[in-house]
Design a protein around this ligand. Structure first.
Ligand code: ATP
Length: 392
């Protein structure tokens, strides 16, 4: 639940800032700058509370993300995150103990990723324009093959008890292999629940309705993984009946990836189970001009949501001032929109669209030479000179 406070005429929000690792602090600095510039003109006040969590803090102190910090963040309005990940730390530790811990603690069951090709940005799909690539992927964020239940063994018999704890349910899972000979086996379990699926599909339809978008597509592999995705499809069909004004399409994931490339204009809102959502959103980031452009949000409408660029810490670019901050800046706009500050968010989106269309300043990934900071400065400048802002 949003905890908006009013101070005089202003709406005030408390935001947890986690710059993190690699290029995280560089891109977050620019995102924060853009949010502050826009907030000035729309009577919004942001109180930032910065948290040090990430590789540097872990290597120095051994601390990853203490429960006390989660408790503190519970009373805040949103989280704005750069990236976590560092070659000095074994892969998985920071991701699991910081990112996933936040996602599960706040049960952020929606991963929202806009896929938009801005004018002035070139897509590898040379014939497609900004009119053709403009849609949203809403990915389920807590279930499917990413529940973290699996194992590996080499033997004839194997027993393992797994405990699965999630926001909406918990269960013990007993695995028992009784093979006719010794074999090496790796297994991974996927599952979806009716409650978990219903809530994300309903969110997708409500989202389409709110944005006046007339189509919601679903993606799965119900022809092969028929139990799990058969349930997904059934719930999609049931939910769609409550939204007769919205058209629907059903795609198997293999067909959908082809359409992303050949006919991206077909899509408005796509709702996807966790794993396929992970894959298709990277494809989405590529057709929208690269990972540096892509923004994402981990949302629980009734708890604390987290806004971040889609890219990771990109250690190869750290401290070189070449990282593209636009994905992070756009994630900041998504955060303001989520908080109910639509106009403030729009002013940032317009500023980004303007600098991309003009094409005078671009980072290296977009074919230019401008620094991370210069892009942030230009976004701020465009926010200040927008003709339709509230106050001069
Ligand atoms: P992590 O392990 O934290 O995910 P990674 O480097 O493996 O980090 P990403 O950070 O997502 O994965 O990026 C892959 C590559 O894409 C980077 O090495 C970098 O070259 C490029 N890249 C990522 N983000 C940006 C950005 N904001 N601007 C420009 N290039 C970027």
């Amino acid at each position: 639940m949003l905890k908006r406070k009013w101070i005089g005429e202003k709406n005030m929000y408390n935001i947890a800032l986690i710059p993190g690792d690699g290029i995280g602090p560089e891109v977050i600095r620019e995102g924060k700058k853009a949010i502050e510039a826009a907030s000035k003109y729309y009577d919004v006040k942001i109180n930032w509370k910065e948290f040090p969590f990430g590789a540097e803090h872990y290597l120095k102190t051994g601390e990853l993300l203490p429960d006390s910090a989660l408790k503190e963040i519970e009373n805040m309005d949103a989280i704005y995150l750069g990236a976590v990940g560092d070659p000095r730390v074994k892969p998985g530790i920071l991701e699991k103990e910081i990112l996933l811990k936040i996602r599960f603690y706040f049960d952020q069951f929606i991963n929202l990723r806009p896929v938009r090709l801005y004018q002035g940005v070139s897509s590898p799909l040379k014939e497609k324009t900004s009119k053709d690539i403009d849609f949203y992927v809403i990915r389920e964020n807590t279930e499917d093959f990413y529940i973290g239940i699996g194992g590996r063994f080499e033997s004839q018999n194997y027993q393992q008890k797994h405990i699965l704890e999630r926001g909406i349910f918990q269960t013990d899972i007993q695995i028992n292999f009784d093979l006719d000979r010794k074999e090496e086996i790796g297994y991974q379990l996927g599952l979806i629940t009716r409650t978990g699926t219903q809530r994300v599909i309903k969110y997708a339809f409500d989202f389409a309705k709110k944005k006046n978008l007339k189509n919601v597509s679903t993606v799965d592999k119900a022809n092969v993984l028929s139990d799990m995705y058969g349930l997904w499809r059934e719930i999609f069909r049931e939910t769609a009946m409550q939204y007769p004004q919205i058209m629907t399409d059903y795609f198997y994931v293999d067909a959908l990836t082809m359409l992303f490339v050949s006919h991206p204009e077909k899509f408005k809102v796509i709702v996807s189970p966790n794993m396929f959502g992970d894959i298709i959103t990277d494809l989405g980031a590529t057709i929208q001009g690269g990972i540096g452009m892509a923004a994402g949000a981990n949302i629980n409408p009734d708890s604390v949501s987290m806004f971040e660029p889609v890219h990771g810490s990109a250690p190869d670019l750290k401290n070189k001032s070449v990282a593209n901050p636009l994905g992070t800046i756009l994630a900041g706009a998504m955060m303001l929109d989520h908080l109910g500050e639509r106009e403030t968010a729009s002013s940032i989106e317009r500023a980004v669209a303007q600098i991309l269309q003009e094409g005078k300043v671009k980072t290296r990934d977009l074919g230019g030479k401008s620094s991370t900071q210069l892009i942030g400065d230009e976004v701020v400048m465009k926010i200040f000179i927008q003709p339709n802002r509230c106050k001069l």
